[in-house]
Design a binder for this molecule. Structure first.
Ligand SMILES: Cc1ncc(COP(=O)(O)O)c(C=O)c1O
Length: 447
């Protein structure tokens, strides 16, 4: 097997050509190509704790964390040992194992609305199945989603807003048919009037509303007070299914994901908390290996084959090695771990914000629980995608490349959360904050 290890610009160029020759865009998932910030990424050769090492041997403090999955830090010894142990007992059986049941029970114990759980391999499968269940349960076609929220790449969810509010969506990717897009209404996030109007106009045709528990795929946008409560009520009143996508936020924003943050706030305010009918998980529950889940009300989940008539299947669903990584990760996430993670996130968020402010750089901070991101050039935290799109993405690109030079790996897009892990210590936080201070808003000299 060839080991990458570049020692020269020629070696790097050869790598780029080789990757582009065989992989479209040189990647297996688009955001990895750095189109949002420019430049060309080198392959990563290893990662440990808070640190990534690329093929030139350079090390980076990693704020991508495998897009959220790496919550306990890279190659955590307990996770690696669990994976080794599972692998030595067999890689895949195509039959139910005890560890799948254990992981599903653990999810339910920590997230009460997950009464029943079906494990799948990707978040895309989880949300796709949730939509199918909602349509089967209601006998209706229409799905309501919100602009700027991402739920994976199934056809019906790659849809953009049509020309007017509450009109049929239009394909947001080549290859998605107009007919599929017409079954998705796309509304501005957080707009209570638009949502109420959509139900007034189309209520009897709406199968489901799908939202991210914490929108974090347009930067982090804290859900406006009462918005999810309203969505839940409208769904209940009109007989639609409320799907809360926790693929990114689940067991990451807090111990019970984004929903748990709202549940606690509702209880503190003396209100009965709302609950999702269906919920989707991914990322953290696989601890870096491919595990995701659709879960929710038992009556809805029992519509899945083989109990019910909604078909869903997967050769590698609940794969024992992947589940071992997820279980080991989830077991490390006790109350103390979430307190540590929150402290780290708070220190980094406030430290970076203070440096930006000190340098006179306008910015807004989006935050919910341990999730956060920065919107350079904005004065107020945005709620809608249109507001998010006003941010200064070029300034972010400058920050990205400057920090790269300082040994800090930010997400390669202004539209992503900054992910911390349990492997970050105070010194890591100080180094990142100092690097942002050293940037001070200067333009990149080139990627
Ligand atoms: C909220 C949300 N839902 C669904 C997905 C899709 O998950 P996957 O990439 O595992 O298909 C993502 C991926 O980033 C996500 O953030």
């Amino acid at each position: 097997m060839q080991q990458f290890g570049f020692r020269s610009a020629r070696g790097e160029q050869a790598w780029i050509e080789r990757a582009n020759d065989i992989l479209p865009g040189g990647v297996n998932s688009p955001v990895r190509a750095w189109n949002g910030v420019g430049g060309t990424p080198l392959p990563i050769v290893s990662a440990s704790g808070a640190t990534l090492t690329d093929a030139s041997g350079k090390e980076y403090l990693d704020l991508v964390g495998s897009w959220g999955a790496g919550i306990v830090g890279h190659a955590h010894p307990e996770v690696v040992a669990a994976v080794r142990g599972a692998a030595s007992r067999g890689l895949s059986f195509g039959a139910t194992t005890e560890s799948e049941v254990e992981l599903a029970e653990l999810i339910r114990d920590r997230y009460a609305p997950a009464q029943k759980v079906r494990l799948v391999s990707t978040g895309t499968e989880a949300t796709m199945t949730a939509l199918r269940l909602a349509r089967a349960a209601t006998g209706r076609d229409l799905i309501v989603k919100f602009a700027g929220l991402y739920h994976g790449h199934s056809d019906g969810l790659l849809v953009a807003a049509g020309s007017g509010l509450a009109t049929a969506g239009v394909p947001d990717s080549a290859g998605v048919t107009a007919a599929v897009a017409a079954d998705t209404l796309v509304l501005p996030y957080g707009d209570a009037d638009a949502l109420t109007d959509a139900f007034a106009e189309h209520g009897s045709r709406i199968a489901a509303v799908i939202t991210e528990a914490v929108p974090a795929n347009m930067g982090v946008v804290a859900p406006p007070e009462g918005f999810h409560r309203l969505a839940s009520q409208l769904c209940r009143n009109e007989g639609a299914v409320f799907i809360v996508d926790e693929v990114l936020s689940g067991f990451r924003a807090g111990p019970a994901g984004g929903w748990g943050l709202e549940r606690d706030a509702e209880i503190a305010a003396g209100r009965e908390p709302w609950e999702p009918d269906l919920v989707t998980f991914g990322k953290v529950i696989g601890g870096g290996l491919p595990v995701a889940a659709v879960a929710g009300r038992a009556d809805l989940m029992d519509m899945l084959a083989p109990v019910g008539t909604v078909y869903q299947a997967g050769t590698l669903s609940g794969n024992p090695v992947a589940v071992a990584a997820g279980l080991a990760t989830m077991r490390l996430l006790d109350d103390g771990a979430y307190a540590t993670l929150q402290r780290t996130a708070d220190a980094l968020r406030t430290g970076v914000s203070a440096e930006l402010r000190g340098a006179g750089i306008a910015h807004a901070v989006g935050q919910a629980g341990t999730l956060f991101s920065f919107f350079l050039g904005l004065e107020e935290p945005p709620t809608t995608f249109d507001e998010v799109a006003e941010q200064d993405a070029l300034a972010y690109s400058d920050l990205f490349h400057f920090l790269r030079g300082q040994g800090v790996a930010l997400p390669p897009s202004a539209y992503e959360a900054w992910f911390v892990s349990l492997a970050f210590d105070d010194d890591h936080v100080r180094r990142i904050v100092a690097a942002v201070g050293a940037w001070g808003g200067r333009e990149a000299t080139g990627p």
